[in-house]
Design a protein around this ligand. Structure first.
Ligand SMILES: [Ca+2]
Length: 391
């Protein structure tokens, strides 16, 4: 009994102060000594779990039964069997478990671990090499690729493009310094142009192109822009660098004229660049539109005496009214300026030469009128001549 008590105490002491090492993941087979009964006169029948059983990791209470002095089964001593937690050897703690410096070591048990290459690296875990993200040439338009760990960067400098992979055009014209002064920036895909418009054209921002000056306008060299032709002048061609004056017998009273208008009947303009035509003086007429002068008609009420009326005409420059263009002249006859504007119906596509032609035409008409005396005068003269001959 004495030795049994010693063994029980030793077992109990062992249970309380230490633990059994596990023999598997499930626990440990523990052989323990049966403790002494609670009374010296008692007798321990047995304990559960029995010695030699598999005890799980942790503490397990062992309950014993005993017989008393009268042979009754009464609860006996209890004690605790402790199985130590499974000891894990962290072999990743040293030298990364033998894994690559670019790998992650994970302990999976005693002397067991895995090596997995980090993101951006490839290999078996023991040997890992960085993946070259530039190998697929992700940078477009000659962008320079810089390989990083699990990433890349495209340097788009000087390519004319921007964006993560240099695929977006840079609008260089957003910078005022892109082009030198007096040039126009035109953005292109991957570049830009500095455009200088030729004389006769001007830059159009909407179309980003040089467009010709329209008819009715001219290219102003002072600012390289298209400007309306002033009154008295016209332009019927695109891309012109000047406007032409209206010819004689014509006028233009509005700016941006594409042609000049003919002076109306009984009106005239006796020079170029006129903005108005002038009325003929009393007793004079301009029988056709586009006249450069007025004439005194033969046998008019003011020349009923049959004198040499043919020489009486309103010659060029006989307007006494000062015109707005300053083209008026100095003769003593009175002419009144009359602005025709759009009420005139005569439009001509005009050049100085045609104006001159018109002037000559009018002149020839006047001469024809003057050089053709009435028929009865000829008859009278013939009769007078015949009478003289007969006498
Ligand atoms: Ca561009």
């Amino acid at each position: 009994m004495f030795w049994l008590s010693i063994l029980a105490l030793a077992a109990l002491s062992n249970a309380q102060t230490s633990c059994y090492p596990p023999t598997s993941n499930a626990g440990a087979i523990v052989n323990y000594e049966i403790p002494p009964p609670t009374q010296p006169s008692y007798f321990v029948l047995g304990c559960s779990p029995a010695s030699g059983s598999l005890f799980p990791i942790g503490n397990t209470t062992v309950t014993c039964e005993q017989l008393d002095e009268e042979g009754n089964v009464v609860p006996g001593p209890t004690f605790i069997i402790s199985v130590c937690p499974q000891e894990t050897v962290n072999d990743c703690a040293t030298n990364n478990g033998g894994c690559s410096e670019f790998a992650t070591c994970v302990t999976t048990g005693d002397n067991a671990h895995t090596c997995t290459c980090n993101t951006g690296y490839a290999g078996d875990g023991v040997s890992c090499t960085q993946i070259d993200e530039c190998a697929s040439f992700p940078c477009q338009n000659n962008g320079v690729c810089l390989d990083l760990v699990n990433a890349f960067v495209c340097n788009c400098t000087g390519t004319g493009y921007t964006g993560t992979v240099c695929d977006a055009d840079v609008n260089e014209c957003n910078s005022t310094a892109a082009c030198p002064p007096n040039t126009h920036c035109v953005n292109t895909i991957g570049g830009y142009n500095c455009t200088v418009c030729a004389p006769g054209s001007t830059f159009n921002q909407q179309y980003e192109a040089c467009l010709p000056c329209e008819v009715g306008t001219f290219w102003n060299s002072s600012d390289a822009l298209c400007a309306d032709c002033p009154v008295g002048r016209f332009q019927n061609q695109q891309s012109s660098v000047n406007c032409m004056p209206c010819g004689v017998g014509q006028f233009s009273s509005l700016p941006a004229a594409t042609n000049c208008m003919l002076c109306d009947i009984n009106q005239f303009s006796n020079g170029t660049g006129f903005t108005v035509c002038y009325n003929c003086t009393d007793g004079q007429v301009a029988p056709e539109r586009g006249s450069y002068r007025c004439i005194t008609p033969l046998f008019s009420p003011s020349s009923s005496t049959g004198s040499d009326a043919s020489s009486s005409t309103s010659s060029p420059g006989n307007s006494s009214t000062s015109s707005s263009t300053g083209v008026g002249s100095s003769s003593g006859t009175s002419s009144t300026a009359l602005n025709h504007n759009s009420s005139s119906t005569g439009h001509v596509s005009n050049h100085s030469s045609s104006s001159s032609s018109t002037g000559r035409h009018i002149h020839s008409v006047a001469c024809k009128t003057i050089s053709s005396p009435p028929r009865f005068i000829v008859v009278v003269l013939v009769l007078v001549l015949l009478c003289n001959l007969l006498v």
